[in-house]
Each structure stands twice: as C-alpha cells, then as structure tokens.
Design a protein around this ligand. Sequence first.
Ligand SMILES: NC(=O)C1=CN([C@@H]2O[C@H](COP(=O)(O)OP(=O)(O)OC[C@H]3O[C@@H](n4cnc5c(N)ncnc54)[C@H](O)[C@@H]3O)[C@@H](O)[C@H]2O)[C@H](O)CC1
Ligand SMILES: [K+]
Length: 507
Amino acid sequence: MYLCTAQEMRDLDRRTIDRMGLPGMVLMENAGREAARALLERFPEAKKVAILAGSGNNGGDGFVIARHLAAAGWDVTVCLVGQVEKMSPETRTFYGVCRQMGIPVEGWNGSEEMIGKVDVVVDALLGTGVRGELREPVRSSIRRVNRTCRGFVLAVDIPSGVDTDTGAVLGEAIRADLTVTFAAAKWCHYLRPAAEYRGELKVVDIGIPPAVVAQNPPRARLNQPSLWENHLSPRSPWSHKGTHGHLLVLGGSRGMLGAVALSGMASLRSGVGMTTLGVPRGQEGPLAAKVTEPLIWGWPDGREGFFSGKFPTDWQERASRFSALAIGPGLGRFTGEKPWLEQLLREVSVPVVLDADALNILSGDLSILEQRQGPTVLTPHPGEMARLLGISVDEVESSRHRVAVDLSGRFGVTTVLKGTFTVIAFPDGGQVIHPESSPALAKAGSGDVLTGILGGLLARGIPVKSAVPLGVYLHNSAGRLAVTDSAHSVLASDVIRHLGSAIHQIR
Ligand SMILES: NC(=O)C1=CN([C@@H]2O[C@H](COP(=O)(O)OP(=O)(O)OC[C@H]3O[C@@H](n4cnc5c(N)ncnc54)[C@H](O)[C@@H]3O)[C@@H](O)[C@H]2O)[C@H](O)CC1
Ligand SMILES: [K+]
C-alpha cells in the first residue's frame, strides 16, 4: 500500500479525471459513500450527526456523507463553515442535492451549540488542500469540536488542521476517533504530531484505476510483506552454513560487550549461516562467557579494552570471507577511530550496516559514504540523526520523513530512522514507512538487535531494498510477540528469542 504526499494524491486524482475520463464527481461520490459506510458499520442504529463542511472538496465529501446517512435514517445537520460561492463544481452539486433532499444546511454561527449535543461529528472541513496556519472561522470551529464534542468524531481523509506532508498541526486540529482516507494513506497519518490526532485509520478505495497508479507510483510505501515475502523461502535441505552468508560485527569494547552479543545473536536468529564478532583484544574471554554460537575475533587494542585503530595482521586474508559487516554496537570512541572506519568502508565492497558510535564517528563529515563500492545502511535513532546532520533532535522529529530522504539522497545510503513509525529512505528516493510500533522495543539493546537482524539478512544475500524493510518488520513483530506479560518488562534478548515466531508468522 502506498503513502502519498498531497501533490502525489492530486496527481493521481488529476490523471484519473483527465486521462481515464472518470469524472471527479464519481471519485467524490465514492469517497463520501465509503466514509458513510464506515460510520453505518460502526453504528447500526440511527444517530444524530453534525457534519462540518468546508467549501473545498473535503466539504464536498461531507455533503455526500450527509446524503447517505440521511437515506439510512440518521438525523443529519450540515454546518457549512465556508461559502457557497467558493465551492468547486462537484462540491456545489452535492450541496445542491442535500438542499433538494431537505437536509438542513446551516452556517457556523448558530450551529455551534449543536456540537455538544450530537452522537457523531463528521469533520469535512479541510483535507489535503489546506494551506498554512488556520484562518477563522475554521480554527474556532475545530477548537469547539475538541472542547465540547462528547460523541464520536470521524475525520474525512485527514483530521482538519494537520499538514498533509509534514504532520504539523496548523494551530488547531481535530481530534478524531476514526479517519477514513481515500485511495492511499497520507504522510500525516504516520508523522507526529498529526498521527496522534487521527484515531484509527481506514484506507478505502475510491475507484482510482490501478493503471493510473502503476504509471506514476507514489515514492513511499507502507512496510508490508508484498515488499519482501519472496525472500523468505524455506531453507533448502541441501544448504550448509556457508550457503547462508557470514556476518562480521565490529564493536563490543570494554563495558559494552552486551551490545555486540545482542547483535550477533539477532543475526543468527535471522538466518545467517555464521557470525563473527570482532572485539578489542582482551574482550574475547568475557564475550565467550556470554555467547556460544558466534565466532570471536580479537582486534588490536589500544586503551585497555578499546580498539586501537589498527587492523589485525590477517585482516586482508579474512576480510573476503564476510558477506556483510555491521559496525557500531558497543564500539565506543577511541584514538584513530575515523581513519580506521574510513579504511574499513573503503576496503570492503559488501553491504555495511552502521549504527551507534560508528554513526557518531562519522558525524559532521559523511563524505566517505559517497565513495563506497557496496550498499551502506545507516540506522540512527533521532539523537544520532541530529548529530549526523548537525541539527537539533526537534528538527529531526518535526520532519522525520524529509531528513531521512535528504540523508539518503545526498550520500547514496539507505537510512533507517528509528522511532515510532520507522522511516526507511533508499538512495534512489524510494521510501518505506513501518506502520506499527512496538512499545516493548523502547529499551536498551533494542537498536543492537535491529542492527544484527539487518546485518544478518544482508549477509544472507537479500537485496537492501527487501532486507531493510523485512528486518524492520521482523524486529517489530518480534517485539510485539515478546510481550507475554507486560511491555514494560520485555528485554532485548526476549525480542531475539521471538524472531523465530516472527518469521514463522510471516511464512
Ligand atoms: N484523493 C482524491 O482523489 C479525492 C479527494 N477528494 C477530497 O478532496 C480533498 C481535497 O480537496 P481540495 O478542494 O483540494 O482542498 P480542501 O477541501 O482540503 O481545502 C480547500 C478549502 O479549504 C480552504 N483553506 C485552505 N487552507 C485553509 C486555512 N489554512 N484556513 C482556513 N481555510 C483554508 C480553502 O479556501 C478551500 O475552501 C481531499 O482531502 C478529499 O477529501 C475528493 O472528494 C475525491 C477525490
Ligand atoms: K477533514
């Protein structure tokens, strides 16, 4: 399923009307009818409803909803927060039909009192055509609904008052229980703060022909199995550990061995054949006491228990055996870190996942990433993203989508911006957003698990475009499945233990 910007949605709309000859009125009828259906399914008995309609096409959908609810016996009043003269031809037509049917259409002044007395409010004030901070009287009508409505609130397409593309609240926005959106989800449904206003989300078909979408697909998709399920084929009975790839994880400095251990175990549970954990010399013993299955490789140490910036003497000989690298879990900071990391990135041409301190080491100068031979995946949380780009965490969080797309486009990398509704941006401009979040993953060690999963899937040879969304999906599913008692008490290692069930559920 796609995720659209306002412009992408307008383009689909336009092409359906202009190229396919399907009248805009049909799309509006379909939209309004589906939204009304969602209400009728939820409330089988007739209700008293106030429909707040603007003069744009979102308001037009509102008039269609009014007609269908009235036909189903509901007590309907439309409050027109706008002017008849400003209506588009489609909106004006459906407004006219409501008048002919005798459905009361009132101005905003005088109908405010109603909002506190109805069972249902339909918000058809503003949709994807909203521009800039809200003007009056729309703004106060929204505030009125939020303050006095005791009933159920349905938002048509998007909650009025949120910006479709950034998810910003333009002064005031409707707090909805349900949003029914048309043809595809919109970015604001998955970006904060707007995402907190939409309530439950339902995407309905309004008849935009698949050929129109195929000719000019939106850049972003929701993370769903269709993106990667063909890469989860059963393990061949003829395979051996060498068939399934070999991941090298570099990290695990003194006091941070847990991080590298978690990544290593997560990679093996994600199906990689072998994982080697490269840690500073002296840490091999303590690490061996923690993990059994991964191989352990001591790297030259400098300050006790930390990397030295030098390479092992057998590096060249062994490097070619790895099918992917993950660098960063428990890596820490050390003298000579930047040339060390840059040399690694230059010398290996297999996929590399960079996380945690590997990201911090690169902060401020990411130019090395442009020189890479193979794919690079960055997995920053908002704090790391802010450091990478030299901006504030607030700036990252207020434009998660844009910063991820920018970073990937500028440096030719795949960015996984973690957090609620993880954003994945590919170097070619494609984007995937994960539509769910697992609160259990908000815990130390969770990022190390994701790094291991991604490294493992890449080492298995799954292409980046599939491996990254698949990894994010498995991480979230395992996080959800790990909640056997309470999300509060789930550990990163519990998430690893549930990776098998997560894979099984998909297959
Ligand atoms: N997706 C589709 O194919 C279809 C979508 N439909 C619906 O149409 C709206 C988009 O309609 P549009 O006419 O472009 O814009 P809006 O109704 O969202 O808004 C225009 C309306 O709002 C006024 N306005 C704009 N900004 C502000 C502001 N800051 N403050 C106050 N008022 C503002 C402006 O003056 C106009 O009057 C989409 O969301 C769907 O609901 C079609 O029905 C079917 C096809
Ligand atoms: K709306």
